[in-house]
Design a binder for this molecule. Structure first.
Ligand code: ZN
Length: 372
């Protein structure tokens, strides 16, 4: 399927950072010179009043990187490699400056526009008043997506346990905990045994004003001893195993009547959609870590860890998004656990606790803390 075209990560590197005053005198442009096109980058994130951070995902720092002296509203700056990602931190002399990141049309470079508000006209009005910003960072609506449904049963496990039934049961419990104990609004993509196209799920989440999207699934393998939980966030699939899971979860598309939507879903769309998601990637990765930690430490499950994959359902939701594989229902022992009322309650409450911790950090602005 076109959807599954593997995309290898090119590894762009930053070779130079330079500063140019804008021709219209309304600010400065920081040019981030790169060897290749950067696939994904964050929105400029503010930490404190005068620090602006930009994350270039899967980007390196060239050995001979040239750092031009800072100019205009930038007082100082640094480039810090954290794992595979390059963080650019700008200390601003003028905290009022309005940042915007965009691609240069002629080169592979990335541009950071810093518009000075006094003379910037309509652009400056995009600055959010503090109360709006606070509102935006309130994790008040959570979308729960029980995978599969209707004619799409998902995986069939030991004892005939069906993925679509299991994930709906866990989704209901999770939703109940979130509503009752966290006071958030919960929106379900399905509340009964019905078929919902993947694309529709993300749209439902976006239309509901969701701040977080959690898709629930269960794994299956020919190897009946395979077991454990996995939590995915959107990214490029890196291992053959992650790819196999992705192919299975994406394969639901063949059940959908309107396959035209997906037919032209090619590499460019993949990159475009990843860009939309890149700002949420770090938050998703952080929450995924909390979920797996809860599964392992509080429920005693075998955690297979946090993984990245290109699930269509995660692409279509414009918010931090996770896909949780609750366990292998092909493993008789795990199937028995997941089928039990207690097992389902344990799994739901593990996810609930992770979301509660995430909500706390998120609303305090700690989402800016690196998920290294
Ligand atoms: Zn599934």
């Amino acid at each position: 399927m076109a959807l599954l075209v593997p995309v290898s990560w090119a590894s762009p590197a930053v070779e130079r950072v330079s500063f140019t005053p804008r021709a219209d005198g309304q600010g400065y442009v920081v040019r981030i010179h790169t060897s290749e096109t950067i696939v994904a980058y964050s929105e400029p994130l503010r930490s404190g009043d005068d620090v602006l951070e930009l994350i270039l995902f899967n980007t390196g720092l060239a050995a001979a990187c040239r750092k031009d002296p800072p100019q205009g509203p930038v007082r100082a700056y640094e480039l810090v490699q954290k794992g595979q990602h390059l963080h650019l931190r700008f200390s601003l002399a003028d905290p009022q400056v309005v940042p915007r990141v965009y691609r240069d049309r002629e080169t592979t470079d990335l541009l950071l526009g810093l518009t000075t508000p006094e003379v910037s006209g309509p652009v400056a009005r995009h600055v959010e008043p503090a109360s709006d910003a606070r509102e935006r960072w309130r994790l008040d609506t959570i979308v729960i997506d029980p995978g599969h449904g209707g004619r799409d049963t998902g995986a069939i496990g030991a004892g005939g346990l069906r993925e679509k039934d299991l994930v709906l049961a866990v989704a209901r419990k999770l939703g109940q905990y979130l509503e009752e104990r966290l006071g958030v609004r919960v929106v379900y993509t399905r509340e009964d045994d019905r078929f919902i196209p993947l694309k529709e799920r993300g749209h439902m989440a976006n239309e509901a004003g969701g701040k977080l999207f959690i898709s629930l699934h269960a794994n299956a393998s020919r190897n009946r001893s395979a077991r454990g939980t996995e939590t995915y966030f959107l990214g490029m699939h890196k291992t053959a195993a992650a790819r196999a899971v992705m192919e299975r979860e994406n394969s639901v598309i063949r059940f959908e009547e309107d396959q035209e939507h997906y037919k032209n879903f090619d590499e460019r769309d993949l990159i475009r959609m990843q860009l939309i998601q890149s700002a949420y990637m770090r938050q998703s990765e952080y929450l995924a870590g909390l979920v797996e930690q809860q599964f392992a430490e509080r429920v005693g499950r075998k955690s297979r860890g946090v993984k990245q994959a290109g699930f269509y359902v995660l692409w279509s939701a414009s918010m931090p998004a996770l896909l949780v594989e609750l366990g292998f229902i092909s493993n008789p022992e795990e199937a028995a656990f997941l089928r039990s009322e207690d097992g389902q309650a344990y799994m739901a409450s593990a996810i609930f606790r992770a979301v509660r911790a995430f909500k706390h950090d998120y609303e305090k602005g700690l989402h800016l803390v690196s998920a290294q």
